[in-house]
Design a protein around this ligand. Structure first.
Ligand SMILES: Nc1ncnc2c1ncn2[C@@H]1O[C@H](COP(=O)(O)OP(=O)(O)O)[C@@H](O)[C@H]1O
Ligand SMILES: [Mg+2]
Length: 328
């Protein structure tokens, strides 16, 4: 079965092949004989209830100036393709919400990864709170005094915007620091915007593990180590990447989450584990697959595609009859 896969993502100019999971997924699908198409959220239209996408075929070449090698634009009815990968980068904003509401219209006919419902359900910082046995002590509040008391109880706290990503505005607050109150006023917009505060986990110096999960099962993991004085391990702020195995804490975390991830249609996610604790659940466009392939020498990218083949077949046989041939 040759699949048509549409990747809804940011513009082609954003793609860095060495680190771009969307690029890696498209290249792996094509390697297995499927056809892949690129579009952005702005390329979707709904016409009389049917979702149309203006797509361009992907012909990947990691060395090229345009690594996606996009062909000419053509129109496709999204319900007639086999898989839609939802991969715009966070934040999950109003535009992202609208994208999921449009994709709801095809989610019965086509395999949408991650499911539009799951993308709305799982805020990347708050979803972890469903698993209190494996998360660090956490408060979510805009209240400065509560945040200062929390930091004092735990020696230090890490505060983060609820819709943040890439390490942006993630800060350590230590009691007694003359900047602490001012930092909290800044991140909460003077007590009007709630933030997430977690106990500062000193083991972050040994790295932040990114575990990629497919349908609740680990595909593998990479370790991101902070460099210099920065405690943040995000690759985009300079974190160094190395290979790593899952340990008992990781398996306990994965086991705790797997049923919820499956129930919420969160097929491909990247969880962050610091010091044996779950700190974040990345669902919008989790990264790390390219580095995992390179460092492990394995092909978890092909595992993802084989799973898509399996699940798309199941979706096709249980959904309404589909047009014989997709428009492209
Ligand atoms: N509770 C914590 N204790 C110590 N360091 C943390 C904690 N939470 C996050 N960090 C550090 O901050 C970085 C960014 O935090 P994270 O929650 O993953 O948000 P983002 O969405 O910005 O990646 C992590 O890579 C890690 O280095
Ligand atoms: Mg993170």
């Amino acid at each position: 079965m040759t699949m048509d896969v549409v990747v809804v993502m940011d513009g082609p100019e954003t793609v860095v092949p060495a680190t771009d999971t969307s690029f890696g997924l498209a290249a792996a699908a094509i390697e297995r004989g499927h056809r892949c198409w690129h579009c952005t959220p702005a390329d979707l239209s709904v016409v009389d209830g049917s979702v149309r996408a203006r797509v361009r075929e992907i012909r990947p070449d990691a060395e090229a100036i345009d690594p996606l090698g996009l062909g000419g634009a053509t129109d496709v009815e999204l319900a007639s393709v086999d898989v839609v990968l939802v991969r715009p980068d966070p934040p999950f904003d109003q535009d992202y919400l609208h994208l999921t509401l449009v994709l709801d219209l095809v989610a019965d006919a086509t395999l949408v990864v991650n499911s539009p419902h799951g993308l709305r359900t799982a805020n990347e910082k708050l979803y972890a709170l469903r698993f209190p046995d494996v998360t660090p002590p956490t408060v979510v509040t805009a209240d400065r005094e509560r945040l200062l008391a929390f930091a004092a109880t735990h020696d230090a706290a890490v505060v983060k915007p609820i819709d943040g990503h890439g390490g942006r505005s993630v800060l350590v607050v230590r009691p007694g620091d003359e900047n602490a109150a001012s930092i909290l006023d800044t991140v909460t917009a003077r007590g009007t915007v709630p933030v997430v505060a977690q106990r500062y986990l000193p083991g972050v110096r040994d790295g932040d593990k990114r575990i990629l999960l497919l349908d609740g099962e680990p595909l593998g993991a990479i370790l991101r180590r902070p460099t210099g004085d920065d405690f943040r391990a995000n690759i985009c702020v300079g974190g160094a990447v190395e290979a790593v195995d899952l340990d008992d804490d990781d398996r306990r975390i994965v086991d705790a989450m797997a049923p919820a991830l499956r129930a919420d249609g969160l097929h491909l996610v990247g969880i962050d584990v610091v010091d044996g604790h779950l700190t974040e659940v990345n669902v919008t466009s989790p990264t790390g697959l390219r580095q995992l392939c390179e460092l492990s020498g394995a092909r978890p990218d092909l595992d993802v595609v084989r799973w898509l083949e399996h699940r798309a077949g199941a979706t096709a046989s249980t959904s309404n009859p589909r047009p014989e041939d997709p428009t492209p």
